[in-house]
Design a protein around this ligand. Structure first.
Ligand SMILES: [Fe+2]
Length: 304
């Protein structure tokens, strides 16, 4: 059951991800929900983007006029779609999506205010690998991007490719290097950390490919209020390898509301571990130690 607060444009519902799934998101930086939006809604979305159906906003925000709505709908950011009742109910508040977002962003998730339209005429070449503008590397997860594919988007239609784990630091890939593709049937929703390295894939088919993207926002401090696994062990969980485990564990601790307590001692100490150890890693639950250096010498123009 999803509670939609139309006054402050937020929603709440039961979280659907477990400790292990939240940690998995920290590892990968993305999560794909294949074909979760119904066909009628997918077709309505394509028709809306093609200008084939009239607008019918469920309300008109106070600051906007009808002329504004027309301008916005016909721009490369057709955010008026966020006002259509059918889109709110079946896409923005899609139950599988909502449960995952509620798990990662906490209660009262803020709904999107801006739509970016990524319509491509296929065939088209691959885009260069990039981190999106204004990304920040850090343990925080204050918002998430969602990509919505309202039509079948197999490999030949050039779905977005991502590099798993590249949300934690500046990452370089050559054009010929492949990533993991978000290929899927119509109605696929892909949830991303905004910092992840990605690109539009090469398309070899012919036709128009629609994809739209928008952000959901955290409105409450993080806490571990998703589905708690009784046997989840913070000391023994797998956080990754040398050079990555420290970041993934930090992000997971931040999501648990324990980012302030997080300290590490380095080397083979926790959160690093090997499957061939005969006992748990040393260094767990230290109150003194180090924090990972997320910022390095990043050229993204944010001070540490
Ligand atoms: Fe991008």
């Amino acid at each position: 059951m999803i509670k939609h607060n139309e006054v402050d444009r937020s929603f709440d519902c039961k979280p659907t991800l477990t400790d292990s799934q939240v940690l998995e998101f920290c590892h990968n930086g993305f999560l794909v929900l294949k074909g979760v939006v119904d066909d009628e809604t997918n077709q309505l979305t394509c028709a809306y983007l093609n200008g084939e159906i009239p607008s019918n906003p469920s309300f008109i925000p106070k600051s906007l006029t009808n002329e504004d709505l027309d301008r916005i709908r016909n721009s490369h950011e057709p955010s008026t779609l966020l006002l259509e009742r059918w889109f709110i109910k079946n896409v923005l508040l899609n139950s599988q999506l909502a449960g995952a977002l509620r798990s990662l962003l906490g209660k009262n998730v803020g709904l999107p205010v801006l739509v970016s339209r990524h319509t491509t005429e296929c065939p088209s070449p691959t885009q260069g690998w990039h981190h999106d503008a204004d990304h920040i590397f850090g343990p925080e997860l204050n918002f998430l991007e969602v990509f919505y594919y309202p039509q079948d988007t197999p490999e030949k239609m050039g779905p977005t490719e991502v590099v798993p784990g590249s949300h934690i630091t500046r990452t370089h890939r050559e054009a010929e290097d492949k990533g993991v593709s978000a290929a899927g049937p119509a109605g696929t929703l892909s949830i991303h950390s905004q910092s992840i390295l990605h690109r539009k894939g090469e398309s070899t088919a012919t036709g128009t490919r629609h994809m739209i993207k928008y952000d959901y926002w955290r409105t409450v401090p993080p806490q571990r209020d998703w589905i708690v696994e009784p046997n989840f062990d913070f000391q023994k969980a797998h956080y990754g390898h040398h050079g990555t485990a420290r970041y993934i564990a930090h992000m997971f601790y931040w999501l648990c509301g324990k980012g302030e307590e997080y300290r590490i001692i380095g080397g083979q100490g926790w959160p690093w571990s090997s499957v061939n150890q005969i006992g748990p890693s040393y260094g767990f639950a230290k109150t003194e130690g180090y924090l990972p250096n997320w910022r390095k010498n990043n050229s993204d123009d944010y001070a540490s």
